[in-house]
Design a protein around this ligand. Structure first.
Ligand code: IPM
Ligand code: MN
Length: 391
């Protein structure tokens, strides 16, 4: 089959992992939206649902995912994940509950397994979303935190010597490579260039940042480290960042120590554009960035391998399984819907139908938020409203 753009219409294979807690609830709404988009001239998608990773699967099989999970998921173009963690409800003290490291393990296994080395978390304050900062300039927030997703503090090397004894020693290794730094920084600069082009095409308000030699840049990349205390990787990051930055003289740059960055995210988040950080520091900063943009309920996220599109990326909201409200039709599905829009935008780099669907889905979520704001509504009611906005 040929599409309007003269290319062969791709049938996208999406592995859908609803997960635990509110995951299945927000995923159900999202699948309805994706199916509606496909029917309305969107991309062709096979949406294959998997019962793992989940507590239920573990209860039945003694593990959170089948042994051949990688071969199975590797056959898909992309992975859409709801949430992992405590399945809830927290009111049930006897629920089948795994330690966090077990239930959340698949998240890290999938990121590592497909070398999804870039985690992208955009932050914008959509109209109608909760505004936690009193300063109205916070409305102009338009940033993207890019988190190094393959190494750093998350390599999982180390161990416990003499566990439980008074002489116990715990070690937790951090590993930073020049190659890993170079690829994430280059990706951050490429994203900064692309975001400036989107803004100039009218997608969002233009930005201006001062260049050191005078003049104005349309985009900026901020490097985060803790080089005053963690000097070895901090100094290597700084050197590699400066080398890559020299290839992009039209992009403004600056550096912030992670603690100062936390302060400035709150005091003046409108001064940031693209922010690039290590795995753990990026993890912490993106919870903060999510709150600046209305909270976990509206914060999308993705994990991808920008160098190799054959490695399936994983699209998952920043939020967790929210066990306190699980199973009660109370979860806001907006983060999951905006995450699905990020997936469509990624597909849209090859398939113009998907690019259009991404824009339509984002606009439908935005339109619903603008009208209903933060009033408490049922998950399915928000789904109905977003579907109505689509048609
Ligand atoms: C996230 C989460 C995970 C992370 C946890 C659950 C392992 O906090 O996606 O931000 O730290 O990466
Ligand atoms: Mn996190």
């Amino acid at each position: 089959m040929w599409n309007r753009d003269g290319g062969r219409r791709k049938q996208w294979k999406i592995a859908v992992l609803p997960g635990d807690g509110i995951g299945p609830e927000v995923m159900a709404v999202t699948l309805r939206a994706l199916r509606a988009l496909a029917e309305q001239g969107g991309p062709s998608m096979e949406l294959a649902e998997f019962p793992w990773p989940s507590h239920q699967w573990h209860r039945e099989h003694g593990r959170t995912m089948p042994e051949d999970w990688k071969a199975t998921l590797g056959q898909y173009d992309a992975i859409l994940l709801g949430a992992l963690g405590d399945p809830g409800p927290t009111s049930d003290p006897d629920r089948y509950l795994l330690p966090d490291a077990v239930s959340l393990g698949p998240l890290l296994d999938i990121r590592k397994g497909f070398d999804q080395w870039a985690c992208e978390r955009p932050a914008m304050l959509l109209e109608g979303a909760p505004q936690y900062l009193a300063d109205d300039r916070a409305r102009d927030l338009d940033m993207m935190v890019i988190r190094e997703n393959s190494e750093g503090e998350y390599v999982g090397q180390g161990g416990r010597l003499a566990p439980g004894t008074p002489r116990e020693v715990a070690t937790q290794m951090e590993v930073f490579t020049r190659a890993g730094a170079e690829r994430i920084f280059r990706h951050a600069f490429e994203r900064a260039v692309a975001r400036a082009a989107e803004r100039e095409a009218g997608a969002r308000r233009n930005r201006q940042f001062p260049l050191p030699g005078g003049g104005i840049a349309r985009a900026q990349v901020c490097l985060i480290t803790k080089r005053n205390a963690l000097r070895y990787w901090g100094e290597m990051y700084t050197e590699v960042f400066e080398q890559v930055a020299a290839e992009y003289p039209a992009i403004a740059t600056h550096h912030e120590l992670v603690d100062a960055a936390c302060m400035k995210f709150v005091m003046s988040p409108w001064n940031f554009d693209v922010v690039v950080a290590s795995n753990l520091q990026g993890d912490i900063l993106t919870d903060l960035a999510a709150v600046l943009s209305g909270g976990m309920g509206v914060a999308p996220s993705c994990n991808l391998n920008p160098a190799d599109r054959r490695q399936p990326p994983m699209f998952e909201p920043t939020h967790g399984s929210a066990p306190d409200i699980a199973g009660r039709n109370l979860a806001g599905p907006q983060a999951m819907l905006l995450t699905a829009a990020m997936m469509l935008a990624w597909m849209g780099e090859e398939d113009s139908r998907a690019a259009r669907a991404a824009k339509r889905l984002r606009e439908a979520v935005e339109a619903d938020l603008r009208v209903h704001g933060t009033i408490q509504r049922e998950t399915t009611a928000i789904g109905d409203a977003v579907l109505a906005a689509l048609s």
